[in-house]
Design a protein around this ligand. Structure first.
Ligand code: NDP
Ligand code: OXD
Length: 309
């Protein structure tokens, strides 16, 4: 059996030894050394060009290096009959929770205001808010959202989550479906987006949604750039409806130099690094996925393409 690794941003020097160690019976090939395309059983990929996966005639399954699969579903030639498995691995989950908690704490403790004071050499205490007085809302309660909620609850924030189907998460209020979205938004001083990109969630962070948040709310988008209408965010910041934002993902990546987001005093910009797949833990997870598929089972992270995630 052979597995092909293809990514323009993930380093084969870290990945190939990790995959070889986790899959001792598998031949691991690194693009562009594909050899005979007919040999490839599994493809582990990030943003492959359109038609690339369709050019592997004996592929058994597609494995995504990232948790999101929109980089695959935009390929009109995606072999949709094959199992598609998104990345579920402890390193990626831990990294996302770390980033979400860091950004929630950053905004909760008004670090943008203190940075602004520092630039003016102002020594001034700002009124503190206890964590249980700060309401955090997490959109998306999957692998990543649920873990972030757990840590935020441990930090004693007043946490709620929103998902398609109702979840039960210890210490957090759980809202479900479009009909409960207004109530969820009305109690989100800090809103975290950890949704997958689907037809239903595209452009969900828009003016109408911002208007339903408490005045002066903060938005943290770590889902996908397409979730956010950037001009609506800028207008809401200008109007004071939003206080601040952290944006890790953008419609156009890299964020173009002319984007006003780069220099906005109330916006933190990071280059899609909220979390990154860790080769060692991911290789173990993918080995387990392959073993499960070979045994005819259902692996964690198996995508339902009709649902879109
Ligand atoms: P999961 O598939 O495990 O979870 C998705 C969650 O979103 C589920 O709770 C699901 O609800 C909910 N959801 C989906 N559609 C809707 C909808 N229409 N309305 C309400 N809730 C909805 O995904 P992960 O947690 O693993 O990853 C989430 C996303 O995070 C990825 O798709 C990717 O876009 C992003 N990401 C970003 C990274 C970065 O570095 N910025 C890194 C990794 C991921 P339900 O529980 O009912 O199914
Ligand atoms: C992603 C990832 O889906 O990096 O963005 O996993």
């Amino acid at each position: 059996m052979a597995l092909l690794f293809k990514s323009d941003i993930d380093r084969p020097a870290s990945w190939i030894p990790a995959l070889e160690s986790a899959l001792p019976d598998m031949e691991v090939r690194s693009w562009p050394e594909v050899g005979d395309p007919a040999d490839i059983d599994y493809a582990l990929v990030w943003q492959p060009p359109s038609g690339f996966l369709a050019s592997l005639p004996n592929l058994k399954a597609i494995l995504s290096i990232g948790a999101g699969i929109d980089h695959l579903t935009r390929d009109p030639e995606l072999p949709r009959h094959l199992p598609l498995v998104r990345m579920v691995e402890p390193g990626l989950t831990a990294g996302m929770t770390e980033f979400v908690v860091m950004q929630c704490l950053f905004h909760h403790r008004r670090m943008l205001d203190y940075r602004a004071q520092q630039s003016r050499k102002v020594w001034q205490e700002l009124a503190p808010v206890a964590p249980w007085q700060r309401r955090i809302g997490v959109m998306g309660l999957g692998e990543l959202g649920a873990d972030a909620v757990e840590r935020l609850v441990q930090l004693r924030f007043d946490v709620a989550g929103w998902s398609r189907n109702r979840r039960a998460l210890a210490g957090a209020a759980c809202f479900a479906g479009r009909e409960e979205l207004p109530a969820f938004l009305a109690r989100s001083d800090i809103l975290v987006c950890l949704l997958p990109l689907t037809e239903q969630t595209d452009s969900i962070l828009n003016a109408a949604l911002f208007a339903q948040l408490p005045k002066g709310a903060c938005v943290i988008n770590v889902g996908r750039g397409e979730h956010l209408i950037e001009r609506d965010l800028l207008a809401a910041l200008e109007a004071g409806q939003l206080d601040s934002a952290t944006l890790d993902v953008f419609r156009n990546e890299p964020l173009p130099p002319e984007s006003p987001l780069w220099s906005h005093p109330r916006v933190i910009v990071t280059p899609h690094i909220a979390s990154m797949t860790i080769p060692e833990t991911a290789a173990e997870a993918m080995a387990e996925v392959i073993r499960t598929l070979e045994a005819g089972g259902t692996p964690p992270g198996l995508v339902d393409l009709d649902r879109g995630y």
